[in-house]
Design a protein around this ligand. Structure first.
Ligand SMILES: *[C@@H]1O[C@H](CO)[C@@H](O)[C@H](O)[C@H]1NC(C)=O
Ligand SMILES: *[C@@H]1O[C@H](CO)[C@@H](O)[C@H](O)[C@H]1NC(C)=O
Ligand SMILES: *[C@@H]1O[C@H](CO)[C@@H](O)[C@H](O)[C@H]1NC(C)=O
Ligand SMILES: *[C@@H]1O[C@H](CO)[C@@H](O)[C@H](O)[C@H]1NC(C)=O
Ligand SMILES: *[C@@H]1O[C@H](CO)[C@@H](O)[C@H](O)[C@H]1NC(C)=O
Ligand SMILES: *[C@@H]1O[C@H](CO)[C@@H](O)[C@H](O)[C@H]1NC(C)=O
Ligand SMILES: *[C@@H]1O[C@H](CO)[C@@H](O)[C@H](O)[C@H]1NC(C)=O
Ligand SMILES: *[C@@H]1O[C@H](CO)[C@@H](O)[C@H](O)[C@H]1NC(C)=O
Ligand SMILES: *[C@@H]1O[C@H](CO)[C@@H](O)[C@H](O)[C@H]1NC(C)=O
Length: 628
């Protein structure tokens, strides 16, 4: 009744110019849907200039802040027909779940826009879920179920804050999923879609997710939570509820699901328990954008999409101030002051041992100590501190290096977490006898199996997948002392420039220099690899562009070895034929060990990890701030 009256008044006012001002101030459903439509059309036209944006509009793609018009804006070819839009005129927020094609392959595309009172867009938060099967399922579906679009009579609605608190129960219930929890917040007829696939009440006998369990998807929403099966989700943080579609009693939520890798088996669903899928044997974070339709106070429909980000990736649109992940320090014995080469290399041994025995409290840690994994700050005790089971030492595949002038030391070697092999690199900094910084990069082997293995969701396939089976390595090269092994910044920069230009011209390579990455070595020299000669496996496609955030982590001039990391962009906009890895925008994070002899680069050992396009390391950002 009330809505009918409002509509009637609205219709009148829209022709009464004098009275239109108050109405014009608020962008109602049709206005919000129009903006989404304009946005998608601009995206497919690769031209954001027609969009009404604020001067400081913030554009985010898979959790990375990018200039508007870059990344996905270069490559979307077409829009699919499925679209599911949520509108919140009160908050000036609108979001849609839809499909696109990128360089010929389908993907799920989700975007949220924030609209200011003057009608301009100030926030664009997008996610591309590169699951072509999921996109295809959506296309077959055509449109969302009609119930999503029904206007709920006002007397049957629950208010905004209740919509949020009921939805939040879903996340609280899933985090550490307790089989004895109270899951009565689910409607008995609740159903869930995950990347377009129905995963509740389906009797097909298909296995669920990465597991082999064929019973889970046959259960109701409530029965599923009562199994405790989802307990491998160890934390759900950054829970945002930006779009509350009160009229339709729908909530569009954005959260990060952390899987800390400690859960070793899944509880029994139908009399049989199964091991944790390999995908979840190492720490993972998945960003979820999903919608809920409530019926009364209960969750009736859930539509979820996911994409992977580096473990503990912070939100680009934080809802709450960032959590301080620095440690309180430990108050005991310090290392000698100053800490010389032997001392620093002992510290490396101590830190690796402490990670291995999952106990950081035994180390002399400075107050404010910071720890990072793959560029994200992580609390001490989290991440590798819970999952590392073995490392290789310098008698096998491993190298230790140090720079006593700077109080830094490094490690490079094999790691094992559950059944997952990887290459671990570590940097530590010691100041005033205590450890002030620990920076880890771990590039894990990736393998596929019938349930997706370890590579699903995150990225397109590489030309050759590295399963962690690198052959034994000429370790003495990196441990031996070097004549004139001075690590001049120009030397490393020249190499990074060569990598960027795909040319060995001007790169001071020693004759016979060898370079390996996790795709193998082939038998080409460093120069021939950069110049793209032959067909030896080489992880970097010739369509990569910028080599940025070049950081020398430890420079050991006695051994002539530098531990470094750089980020290499693959914008996926050509020219020429695109390899599968170059089909979508991505960034490669590349930790590497570089050997210098007689002033020339003689060996390079590197491992490549795919991260979302435009990724930046939290350390790199700090360096940037300090420089300003
Ligand atoms: C969504 O689909 C409907 C029905 O096909 C169509 O009318 C509408 O224009 C679409 N919206 C967008 C934003 O593409
Ligand atoms: C559960 O197990 C029983 C006994 O093994 C079997 O008969 C039934 O089909 C199973 N149900 C599902 C959904 O797999
Ligand atoms: C699923 O079954 C396949 C084939 O039996 C097996 O290789 C794989 O390890 C199983 N995966 C899990 C997570 O149980
Ligand atoms: C650290 O040790 C010193 C000397 O033993 C003591 O005075 C101080 O209270 C300790 N601080 C903390 C935080 O425990
Ligand atoms: C990792 O998850 C397990 C299981 O939920 C939990 O017991 C543990 O405290 C978590 N670790 C951290 C560092 O939060
Ligand atoms: C080792 O990895 C390569 C790909 O790099 C793969 O082709 C090969 O089958 C793997 N070998 C073993 C023994 O797993
Ligand atoms: C390099 O490897 C290729 C393929 O394995 C082989 O055909 C070629 O003879 C090798 N070249 C040299 C110089 O070893
Ligand atoms: C990149 O390499 C592919 C084959 O690997 C080749 O066809 C293409 O021409 C190269 N592109 C450029 C710009 O060098
Ligand atoms: C070592 O310290 C010097 C002086 O503070 C600095 O210029 C240099 O970049 C540092 N080197 C490394 C590898 O951290």
């Amino acid at each position: 009744m009330i809505t009918t009256v409002r509509k009637a008044i609205g219709a009148c006012f829209s022709v009464l110019v004098l009275s239109s001002r108050t109405l014009a101030e608020r962008c109602e459903r049709s206005c919000l849907e129009g903006l989404i439509s304009d946005y998608l059309n601009a995206l497919v036209d690769h031209d954001p200039s027609s969009l009404p944006t604020t001067p400081d509009v913030k554009y985010v793609e898979n959790e990375q802040i990018l200039p508007l018009g870059t990344g996905e804006w270069h490559i979307v070819e077409s829009l699919g027909k499925y679209n599911h839009t949520f509108s919140d005129p009160e908050a000036g927020q609108v979001a849609t779940i839809t499909t696109i094609t990128e360089n010929g392959v389908g993907a799920i595309y989700i975007v949220r826009l924030k609209v200011e009172k003057d009608g301009r867009i100030s926030e664009i938060e997008s996610q591309i879920t590169r699951d072509s099967d999921g996109a295809e399922l959506y296309e077959q579906r055509g449109q969302p179920e009609a119930v999503w679009f029904e206007a709920v009579p006002p007397e049957e609605r629950i208010p905004r804050d209740k919509l949020i608190s009921q939805t939040n129960k879903y996340y609280t219930g899933m985090q550490g999923n307790d089989p004895n929890g109270d899951y009565s917040f689910f409607d008995k007829d609740c159903n869930r879609l995950e990347d377009g696939l129905q995963t509740t009440n389906v009797k097909s006998g298909d296995p669920y997710g990465h597991s082999n369990d064929t019973a889970f998807a046959s259960l109701t929403c409530e029965e599923q939570f009562q199994t405790g099966f989802l307990g491998f989700v160890t934390r759900i943080r950054e829970r945002h509820f930006p779009v509350i579609d009160e009229e339709r009693q729908a909530v569009f939520a954005i959260t990060t699901l952390d899987h800390n890798g400690t859960v070793k088996s899944l509880p029994s669903v139908n009399g049989t328990s199964s091991p944790i899928p390999r995908y979840f044997e190492t720490p993972r974070s998945l960003r979820a954008m999903e919608a809920f339709r409530l019926r009364g106070e209960k969750l009736y429909r859930i539509e979820m999409t996911l994409t992977e980000v580096p473990y503990n990736m912070r939100a680009a649109f934080p809802d709450v101030p960032p959590v301080d992940l620095s440690g309180p320090g430990t108050n005991f014995t310090t290392y000698p002051i100053p800490c010389d080469q032997v001392c620093l290399e002992n510290v490396i041994g101590d830190v690796l041992m402490s990670i291995r025995v999952h106990d950081h409290t035994r180390l002399p840690l400075a107050k404010g100590i910071r720890y990072s994994e793959n560029g994200q700050f992580v609390a001490l005790g989290d991440g590798l501190w819970e999952t590392l089971e073995a490392i290789s030492w310098t008698d096998k595949y491993g190298a230790v290096l140090s720079d006593s002038k700077n109080g830094t030391a490094g490690y490079w070697g094999f790691s094992t977490e559950h059944s997952i092999p990887g290459v671990l690199s570590l940097r530590i900094k010691v100041d005033n006898g205590q450890i002030t910084e620990i920076e880890a990069h771990v590039v894990r082997g990736e393998s596929t199996d019938s349930r997706g293995g370890t590579v699903t969701l995150m990225r397109p396939p590489f030309p050759i997948e590295w399963e962690g089976n690198t052959t034994s390595f000429l370790n003495p090269i990196f441990q031996a002392y070097s004549a004139n092994g001075e690590i001049l910044p120009e030397l490393l920069n020249a190499y990074f420039d060569g990598l960027e230009k795909h040319s060995s011209k001007g790169v001071p390579f020693a004759e016979g220099c060898t370079r390996r990455d996790n795709f193998g070595q082939g038998n080409l020299t460093c120069a021939d690899q950069l110049d793209g000669k032959g067909s030896a496996p080489n992880g970097l496609s010739n369509t990569t562009t910028t080599v940025r955030d070049r950081r020398v982590l430890v420079a050991d001039s006695k051994r002539g070895v530098a531990l470094a990391v750089a980020l290499v962009d693959e914008p996926a906009n050509g020219p020429g034929p695109l390899s599968p890895a170059g089909r979508v925008p991505g960034t490669y994070m590349i930790p590497q060990l570089i050997k210098v002899d007689n002033g020339l680069i003689s060996h390079i050992e590197s491992v490549i990890k795919w991260v979302p396009f435009g990724y930046t390391s939290a350390w790199g950002e700090e360096d940037g701030k300090e420089n300003k």
